[in-house]
Design a binder for this molecule. Sequence first.
Ligand SMILES: Cc1cc2nc3c(=O)[nH]c(=O)nc-3n(C[C@H](O)[C@H](O)[C@H](O)COP(=O)(O)OP(=O)(O)OC[C@H]3O[C@@H](n4cnc5c(N)ncnc54)[C@H](O)[C@@H]3O)c2cc1C
Ligand SMILES: NC(=O)c1ccc[n+]([C@@H]2O[C@H](COP(=O)([O-])OP(=O)(O)OC[C@H]3O[C@@H](n4cnc5c(N)ncnc54)[C@H](OP(=O)(O)O)[C@@H]3O)[C@@H](O)[C@H]2O)c1
Length: 437
Amino acid sequence: MTTQTKIALVGSGPAALFALEKLRQNPNTTIHVYEQWPFPFGLVRYGVSPDHQGVKNIQRNLARHLAADNVRLLGGITINKHISVSELRQHYHATLLGIGAQIDTTLNIPGENLPQVHGSSRLAGWYNTHPDHIRPPPLAPKVALIGQGNVAIDAARVLLLDHGDFNGSDLGQQPTRQLRPQPVQEVAMLGRRGPAEAKFTTPELREICRLKGVRVEFEGADMESVKQRLDSLDEAQFPTSAEFRRVRGNLQAILQSLEEPNSGERLLRFVFGVRPLEFVADGDALAGVRCARTAPDNGRWRDTDEQFTEPCGFAVTCIGYRAAPLEGVPYDDGRGIYPNENGRIADGLWSVGWCKRGPSGAIANNRKESHAVAEALLAEVGGGDLPPIDDLLAARDIRPVGWEQWLAIEKAEERQASEDRVREKFTSAAAALEVLK
Ligand SMILES: Cc1cc2nc3c(=O)[nH]c(=O)nc-3n(C[C@H](O)[C@H](O)[C@H](O)COP(=O)(O)OP(=O)(O)OC[C@H]3O[C@@H](n4cnc5c(N)ncnc54)[C@H](O)[C@@H]3O)c2cc1C
Ligand SMILES: NC(=O)c1ccc[n+]([C@@H]2O[C@H](COP(=O)([O-])OP(=O)(O)OC[C@H]3O[C@@H](n4cnc5c(N)ncnc54)[C@H](OP(=O)(O)O)[C@@H]3O)[C@@H](O)[C@H]2O)c1
């Protein structure tokens, strides 16, 4: 590799910053990190729920990479809007996309466009004060969540949490005002398969089964059937032993919750074996979700003839995400990712994280893959003179938010927090930029 290899890294979420961890170790490399918001860290800031500050603290580790000498943060620049991918490729020896998957997958069923049906990015964005999702959701006493993964668990926990439990969190003033009167009394989490097929992880399931003031019920999973399923689990039939342990742990957690049920005024129902067919309106309001019961049939879960309507006034789909298409970048419309081979999309164009492989994996799961992609990129990247990006930025009057400026924004967020909160996030980029004047 020649001296002064210039790399553009797009996105500042965990996948991009784990790649940065590797890239920055090469002293001949200069890395520019483009982030659409003046606020780095992606879903650590805007996905991880406010009551999980221990997880959000990973931000401190990731920050070290952004503060490195051969790294420059260019916040407030949206690639594909302010600068195109092909322009980046003209200014850098390699461009690495780590822009996540930010578009909600849809069910494509009638009623999905009703105002009381939201995607999980909107709900999680709202309770995380994401500038695009400030408008409060129409919370209702009965809420249906579609999907049985960790995103659904997070949503259920935030909606049912006793408001005192947000102490020490960064839940913003606006969601605090809406959640404080405890508007949600019942959450039904609908899964199209059985308890052994649910996607959540065991610590998250155990936590929600022990929430203060929340009774938990399981429909389609009684003590006998869960015991039988546990006894019949065969490690050899799982792709990995970690996956076997996760499923076994989930079944054990369900069994424990059935044996020693939590008591409380509010109710969480895990409803297994149901597939949504339609969101049913009653005038302007949402009345419920019409569902088909499903049952296993030759290894696949199929609809039975039985249908029912789950009553609810607000529903959230928690069924996955897609990356946004970018001009000049091939797009796999079926999977919602940029097709790639081990991260490589084309000459000098690479991808990591959720836009590379789809929306799966916790924060730490991104690290190994991001390191591998960074190493492959470094092994292949070329050199030579290239025009500086600052000429283009100046010509377009684009003023990026740098690392020191982000630190000033962060300090201001900590200063403006109330006593029982660790920060109060700015509700818009413009409000944050005021601090820098
Ligand atoms: C609601 C939710 C909660 C989660 N909670 C947890 C949890 O508690 N614990 C856990 O371990 N994992 C959690 N995860 C999973 C974890 O967040 C992901 O594994 C991880 O964030 C994926 O990283 P990424 O870098 O690919 O994407 P992201 O984190 O989404 O980062 C993408 C970044 O790219 C930026 N970007 C997007 N488009 C552009 C553009 N055009 N130009 C410039 N920048 C752009 C975005 O602003 C963002 O900063 C959660 C996920 C979700 C959806
Ligand atoms: N605390 C944490 O560590 C944490 C928190 C949040 C997220 N995360 C991670 O982030 C990743 C994404 O989480 P996620 O919850 O969005 O995804 P997920 O784990 O893949 O769960 C998605 C759920 O949606 C269901 N689903 C998908 N398409 C559907 C459809 N058309 N109709 C009905 N149901 C459908 C899935 O059912 P099927 O299984 O039948 O497809 C599954 O129950 C996961 O790896 C997760 O662990 C981690």
